[in-house]
Design a protein. Structure first.
Length: 319
């Protein structure tokens, strides 16, 4: 069964899995929300935050909720990038944007059941994706498992403790409390989170929060109409550093380190351009022994087959 919920000029499918998954299949999200949605300011502000937080280089990066690849070109220092999204059509749009090369691997999968071997990635990003997670701690646990010790995780989340929400609450125009720690679901499968709750969940998963930036301080339609984008972006870039002390913006970026920064010689090192089948595990049984066929990957343990079609590895449902 699927429920439809509108977002901008698109329709998003909310599949009733456990936990439910928000699927952008067939959506024109990139065009309607970003390219034609008047969000050049937000896009440029987020680009600055990413540049400030990401390592300058690395081996393999996982982009969770990659969509149509809006942010992917910003990961220039990484040898390989795995774009993961639940929507196959979003990944097809990413292929059109980025082209096909060994550097990019396109994976359709559930963020709650990541199909990757443990300790694979030395960096991961989740930008504008956590707000669709009904069980955010479970999603963060999956990220922890597939990252190497000392790896960098860049997480963006929608902040319920933003200034607009606080003022509306004080004026009695908003029922939910922005100061409470529980997430608020303001639209079906769209959640805002409290910064303290995010820090708590990351700590419980063994991450150390190293830096916090606040982003999109001037996300107000009137300001965006009256003030040139470059000026808004300039001042936003200055205010981003205040995230170390307080978080009152609608969007917050966190840089978290997986485990410790000490080297762990027990971790397996994956060659940059190895056969990609060694990167994967079966999302159903968890065994990391998949045989690479022409049209699918086959699990040695449970026998399930996972489709490979037009350069996209599909782990949503077995063949």
């Amino acid at each position: 069964m699927a429920l439809k919920a509108p977002l901008a000029m698109t329709e998003i499918f909310c599949y009733m899995t456990t936990p439910p998954v928000c699927d952008y299949e067939g959506s024109d999200y990139q065009t309607s929300f970003w390219d034609q949605g008047g969000r050049a300011y937000e896009d440029r502000a987020e680009a600055i935050a990413l540049k400030r937080l990401l390592p300058s280089n690395g081996r393999i990066l996982l982009e969770l909720g990659a969509g149509a690849g809006r942010n992917t070109p910003r990961y220039k220092g990484f040898d390989r990038i795995i774009l993961l999204d639940y929507s196959r059509t979003q990944l097809e749009q990413a292929q059109q944007r980025l082209g096909t090369s060994e550097r990019y691997i396109f994976v359709a999968a559930d963020a709650y059941k990541l199909p990757f071997v443990d300790g694979l990635f030395d960096a991961a990003t989740m930008i504008r994706a956590l707000h669709h997670m009904a069980d955010a701690p479970k999603a963060l646990e999956q990220v922890k498992k597939v990252m190497r010790l000392g790896g960098t995780f860049i997480l963006e989340f929608a902040n319920k403790l933003n200034l607009k929400a606080i003022v509306r609450y004080w004026l009695g125009r908003q029922a939910w409390n922005p100061f409470s720690l529980e997430p608020v679901e303001f639209v079906k499968l769209n959640f805002d989170f409290h910064p303290a709750a995010i820090r708590k969940w990351l700590t419980e998963q063994g991450f150390t929060v190293e830096k916090t930036l606040t982003v999109s301080h001037f996300r107000v339609s009137l300001l965006k109409r009256l003030i040139p984008t470059s000026i808004l972006v300039f001042f936003d870039s200055l205010f981003q550093w205040t995230g170390q002390w307080w978080q009152l913006s609608p969007s917050v970026f966190v840089k978290a380190i997986r485990g410790t920064l000490l080297d762990d010689n027990s971790q397996e090192t994956f060659p940059r351009f190895a056969n990609v089948s060694v990167f994967f595990k079966c999302p159903d049984c968890g065994v990391a022994q998949l045989e690479h066929r022409k049209t699918h990957l086959e699990c040695y343990s449970c026998g399930k087959k996972w489709e490979i079609k037009d350069g996209i590895y599909d782990f949503r449902q077995p063949l």
